[in-house]
Write a protein that binds this ligand. Structure first.
Ligand SMILES: Cc1cc2nc3c(=O)[nH]c(=O)nc-3n(C[C@H](O)[C@H](O)[C@H](O)COP(=O)(O)OP(=O)(O)OC[C@H]3O[C@@H](n4cnc5c(N)ncnc54)[C@H](O)[C@@H]3O)c2cc1C
Ligand SMILES: *[C@@H]1O[C@H](CO)[C@@H](O)[C@H](O)[C@H]1NC(C)=O
Ligand SMILES: *[C@@H]1O[C@H](CO)[C@@H](O)[C@H](O)[C@H]1NC(C)=O
Ligand SMILES: *[C@@H]1O[C@H](CO)[C@@H](O)[C@H](O)[C@H]1NC(C)=O
Ligand SMILES: *[C@@H]1O[C@H](CO)[C@@H](O)[C@H](O)[C@H]1NC(C)=O
Length: 518
């Protein structure tokens, strides 16, 4: 690829580097050699200041309102807030290409953030030794002329996608919470209300547009020259390239049955049975989905039982939710109604408050009644050990990974996840803690790691433990790619080295799960 030497000239000017005439470089490596030769040795603070002078509508320094917005407001949780040396907010994919070349020239660390919902410090933000690349302004949202494919930029969240698609009577295989970002969810797989019909969110991607470590902007599809990269991006995370646009299949779904039911704690036994039976048999009706969540407020001694129920048809199945409805399990309240999905997402976004401290951990097991009860009982009992921590709350959600979901993924070309449909169905459990003060981070972490190990051992002894750890729900020390299966891991590693031999997205962009480290 012939690189645009205007970029070099602009950077050289910004950094006050004397290099005339502008040399001809055919590779970024040649340019890096030149940068080293003429001695680009600015420290990061200086570099940010000079880049700001050159790219004043894209580069924001500490103290500016945009900097504050991009380093706090755009994040879900306070654990992600940080103080990067500066924030770059491009509007065009070509500017990401320029950015990659700049950070490589300067040898500066960076992070990329989409919807900002991954609750792990520095997995989606940079510290003062790095630059934050915010995709907030990559806001493409357009539908193909046949109305079957949506092009969406990485600055979008699923609620915006649902709002846009509502006018076409279409739906995407995206987040069950509206404020979650498009890019992170897809790059980790993506569990959707529509997953039993269409697989992981990433299984509906038909094209990734992204910037490689070379700075080259490419498009990866299942059949073009980048088909290996296309496969890797369907749950391989951020080790490969910076995605600038997702083209995803969308499906007819003008309105759906969806709402949240709450149950009295005295119905614990019936509730757990309903969760279990849905996990075991729910996959038989792929139009259905549930999100069963048990919410704990230990200081108040409260345990709440809730379940989102979803059905993608104008006619609600009379049987699929029978164990979640009267007379088997009578809800205290139930908001299920036939409505456009974006209305439901608008109502429920406020249930996930911003700016708290948050942690996820995840476990997977083969659907089994005794294991559901065991996890429930252990977690709801032991959570009381955290009752003294200010503002502490917790939840556990049993996410069904149905055979239909895994089969749908395989049918659309497969992905790196490697969960065997034949051994399913599974529950991918997400455990969540939220609290108020950074001073309590260590106590919550210690507790969370300890109880996860205990639950894993309990699943092992019941013979239902599964290695899979869902990337989007995992905590920093949990093993993600190691559990995709040896062949998938080896393939991910070889694709990674093929497209980023210089380890730009591994070493210069250290945040996130790294294929090279697995
Ligand atoms: C309230 C809530 C609800 C959730 N609901 C669901 C759900 O229904 N289904 C589900 O599957 N998951 C769900 N999740 C998990 C969610 O999928 C992950 O948190 C996901 O990482 C969020 O994506 P994001 O774009 O908001 O994240 P970010 O934190 O912005 O990014 C996550 C990771 O992706 C990388 N990344 C971001 N953009 C790019 C890009 N353009 N190119 C390359 N790498 C990039 C980042 O560096 C980071 O490591 C939920 C999470 C929360 C907090
Ligand atoms: C970077 O350079 C500036 C200006 O010379 C200096 O004030 C600052 O301390 C330097 N920062 C670091 C981290 O070296
Ligand atoms: C993002 O785009 C909007 C709309 O064009 C613009 O008003 C805003 O200034 C941009 N933000 C940044 C940080 O560039
Ligand atoms: C295909 O991609 C490889 C790099 O992955 C590159 O070396 C090769 O030139 C490309 N071929 C075409 C036809 O684009
Ligand atoms: C409801 O639960 C019973 C056992 O308690 C089970 O036989 C039945 O299959 C369940 N129904 C559904 C739709 O899951």
């Amino acid at each position: 690829m012939k690189l645009n030497n205007l970029i070099w000239a602009a950077i050289a000017a910004a950094l006050s580097v004397q290099s005339t005439p502008t040399p001809e470089f055919n590779t970024i490596e040649a340019r890096l050699d030149e940068a080293a030769r003429i001695g680009i040795r600015l420290n990061l603070t200086q570099a940010c200041t000079r880049l700001q002078q050159q790219f004043s509508t894209r580069l924001y320094l500490p103290g500016s309102a945009v900097y504050d917005y991009e380093t706090t407001t755009r994040y879900w949780t306070a654990v992600d807030y940080s103080t990067p040396a500066c924030v770059f907010v491009p509007k065009e994919p070509s500017e990401i290409s320029l950015f990659v070349q700049v950070v490589r020239l300067l040898n500066v660390k960076f992070a990329i953030r989409g919807g900002g919902h991954m609750p792990i410090p520095l997995y989606n933000n940079a510290d003062s030794n790095g630059i934050l690349l915010s995709t907030s302004n990559l806001t493409t949202l357009s539908i193909s002329s046949d109305k079957n494919t949506l092009s969406v930029g990485p600055g979008r969240r699923w609620r915006e996608v649902a709002d846009y698609l509502a006018s076409y009577g279409k739906a995407a295989v995206g987040g069950r919470v509206g404020k979650v970002g498009v890019p992170g969810l897809i790059l980790g797989g993506g569990i959707s209300f529509y997953s039993s019909q269409y697989g992981w969110g990433s299984d509906s991607v038909v094209k990734f547009q992204c910037v490689l470590a070379s700075g080259q902007l490419i498009e990866a599809t299942a059949t073009n020259n980048y088909s290996d990269l296309f496969w890797a991006l369907k749950a391989g995370g951020n080790s490969f390239c910076l995605v600038t646009r997702f083209d995803i299949k969308v499906y007819n779904s003008p309105s759906v049955w969806v709402g949240i039911a709450q149950y009295d704690a005295s119905n614990r036994e019936e509730y757990l049975n309903a969760v279990y039976t849905f996990g075991a048999f729910g996959s038989q009706d792929p139009k259905s989905a549930i999100v069963p969540t048990i919410i704990m407020a230990p200081a108040a001694g409260l345990t709440l039982y809730a379940a989102t129920k979803f059905y993608d048809s104008p006619t609600l199945s009379p049987t699929v939710f029978q164990n979640f409805t009267a007379p088997v399990l009578t809800p205290l309240i139930d908001t299920i109604t036939y409505q456009p999905l974006n209305d439901y997402l608008a109502q429920t976004d406020p249930l996930q408050p911003d700016a708290l401290r948050q942690k996820f951990r995840t476990l997977t097991f083969v659907v089994n009644k005794d294991a559901v009860t065991y996890i429930h009982d252990t977690f709801t009992t032991r959570i009381n050990e955290l009752a003294a921590i200010p503002g502490v709350g917790a939840s556990m959600t049993f996410q069904p990974i149905t055979k239909n979901m895994l089969q749908a993924g395989a049918n659309s070309g497969g992905n790196p996840i490697g969960l065997d449909a034949n051994n399913g169905p599974y529950f991918a459990v997400v455990l969540n803690w939220n609290w108020l003060n950074a001073a309590d981070d260590a106590a919550v972490s210690t507790f969370a790691s300890g109880i996860t190990a205990q639950l894993e051992a309990g699943l092992q002894s019941r013979g239902v433990s599964v290695g899979f750890r869902y990337l989007n729900d995992a905590d920093k020390d949990q093993l993600v790619f190691q559990n995709y299966g040896a062949a998938n891991l080896a393939k991910l590693k070889s694709v990674r080295s093929k497209y980023d031999s210089a380890r730009v997205f591994t070493d210069l962009m250290p945040g996130g799960w790294k294929v090279a480290a697995a």
